[in-house]
Design a binder for this molecule. Sequence first.
Ligand SMILES: Nc1nc2c(ncn2[C@@H]2O[C@H](COP(=O)(O)OP(=O)(O)OP(=O)(O)O)[C@@H](O)[C@H]2O)c(=O)[nH]1
Ligand SMILES: [Mg+2]
Ligand SMILES: [Zn+2]
Length: 360
Amino acid sequence: MKNYTEEELGWNSFLENQLSAFPSTFVAGRISSENKNNYRLLLPGVGEVMAECTGKLLFNALDKSELPKVGDWVLVTYFPDENKALIMELLERRNTLSRKVAGEITEAQVMATHVDKVLIVQGLDDNFNLNRLIRSMVLVRECGIIPLIVLNKADLITDMDAYLNPIQEHLGDVKVMVLSALNDQGLEPLENEINAGETLVLLGSSGAGKSTLLNRLLGEQTVTTGAVRAGDAKGRHTTTRREMHILPNGGILIDTPGTRELQLLSTKDSLTETFDQISELAYDCRYKDCTHTVEAGCAVLEALDDGVIPELAYENYLKLRNEDAYMESRTDQKAFLEKKAQDKKLHKQIRNIYKSRKQR
Ligand SMILES: Nc1nc2c(ncn2[C@@H]2O[C@H](COP(=O)(O)OP(=O)(O)OP(=O)(O)O)[C@@H](O)[C@H]2O)c(=O)[nH]1
Ligand SMILES: [Mg+2]
Ligand SMILES: [Zn+2]
């Protein structure tokens, strides 16, 4: 196993600044995979070591999301003789890629942490699904992370526009890359998106070709891949756990299992349909420049009242609309804070819309 530097593993000043609060005997490492309380850790200057949490860390965690996850930076005590480490502290996360899991209380399930970009992968066979694409994108953006869309298996189709046109229509200015992981075709634009020290997550349902793509970027057959079913192109859940890999040209890629994890926001309704529906209804709004939030005579709000448009779909519509300006200047701290403030305002607005509609 190759041994990496801190920078190659994604270390930055945000992490460096946290160190002064802890004993200098602790060393920092990054979680590369997780299996219950057994972790694999990449330790700069050392390589891969097995690690476990201290009892204190386990005890103090309020829920599972406060325990180390793939992508996390932790502080450990390292025992070179056994090549093992004890995880003492979890460093603060810059962000988390997480989804909400339904339960008694809504708990966030953390898929990965300290993430720069998420590659939303779909195969251009029966795997392709525009609604799922939109939901994935909403989720990634809600986490404050840049989504990039990867349409894989380009070797299987001829009419690309049939896919690209609706995507462009619904997703606006998100980057879409069309490629074939199998034929090594169209990989360059993607490789240009992956900078040294950046962390990317492969997200997509089983069979989309995430692991095949990872192998291609690694330049070798490191990860197991599996054929899809003949009838419906459904995958067989070949990858079973999230795992971090370091690419030869720099860049850190986290492969994930394509499970039902991909039912990201639990709406049964077709989001695309809702988008179309809203633009159509908008013709009947009293004001031409109606924002469909507070206006009298708004046909969209009326449809919401009547239950014609599901609440969740309406919220996603508002969120997606809110994203455009922000994504352009995401690297800029001021824009980031403005976006946070805007999000807060939007949530409040959504609550108020519901409140005022229910009172009538
Ligand atoms: N035709 C074609 N097939 C591909 C391409 N990329 C991957 N595949 C095939 O798709 C199948 C699934 O690929 P995997 O890489 O295992 O898919 P995955 O997304 O990792 O699936 P899980 O690990 O189950 O989540 C395999 O048979 C691959 O050979 C491609 O570009 N073109
Ligand atoms: Mg896989
Ligand atoms: Zn309106």
